[in-house]
Design a protein around this ligand. Structure first.
Ligand code: FES
Length: 146
């Protein structure tokens, strides 16, 4: 049986969420592997939620919001990008393959781009295989208690 990865997408309301909606209303097909979590802005995303998503069984993650200089709140996406540059070191440190996280900018007018981002991410995660390392890491920290 083919491996179907579970992808969690953390997106901003004003650009990527609207872009994903446009993908649907434009009837552009893309893999059904993604579950979207909507935030007011990428600047409001607590990147610890990425670890939580992996811990809860995600195989890959997409973080996406407005293009630089298009953030509804002026600079939220710049804050998110800076936070991500630091957080990626932590992800690497705890042993999560950095290729499991895709960071992208998708505007409300880019329904086709959203389909591309999801399709590319699903393809990449299928190549990497199911994610299980973090479960082992978190269990070793808490003695296996859940
Ligand atoms: Fe979209 Fe800030 S509102 S990134």
């Amino acid at each position: 049986m083919d491996f179907e990865p579970k992808i969690v997408a953390f997106v901003c309301n004003w650009c990527t969420y609207a872009g994903a909606d446009l993908t649907g209303t434009s009837r552009i097909k893309y893999p059904v592997n993604v579950r979207i979590v909507r935030f007011p802005c990428t600047g409001r995303i607590d990147f610890m939620l990425l670890l939580k998503a992996f811990d809860e069984g995600a195989d890959g993650i997409i973080v996406s919001g407005c293009h630089p200089n298009d953030c509804h709140y002026t600079s939220g996406n710049f804050h998110a990008r800076r936070r991500w540059m630091i957080f990626r070191n932590l992800i690497d440190f705890v042993g999560i393959d950095i290729r499991r996280v895709a960071f992208s900018w998708v505007s409300a007018a880019e329904g086709a781009k959203w389909a591309e981002v999801v399709t590319d991410t699903v393809g990449k995660i299928k190549e990497l295989g199911p994610y299980s390392e973090y479960h082992q890491i978190s269990k070793s920290f808490d003695g296996g208690a859940k």
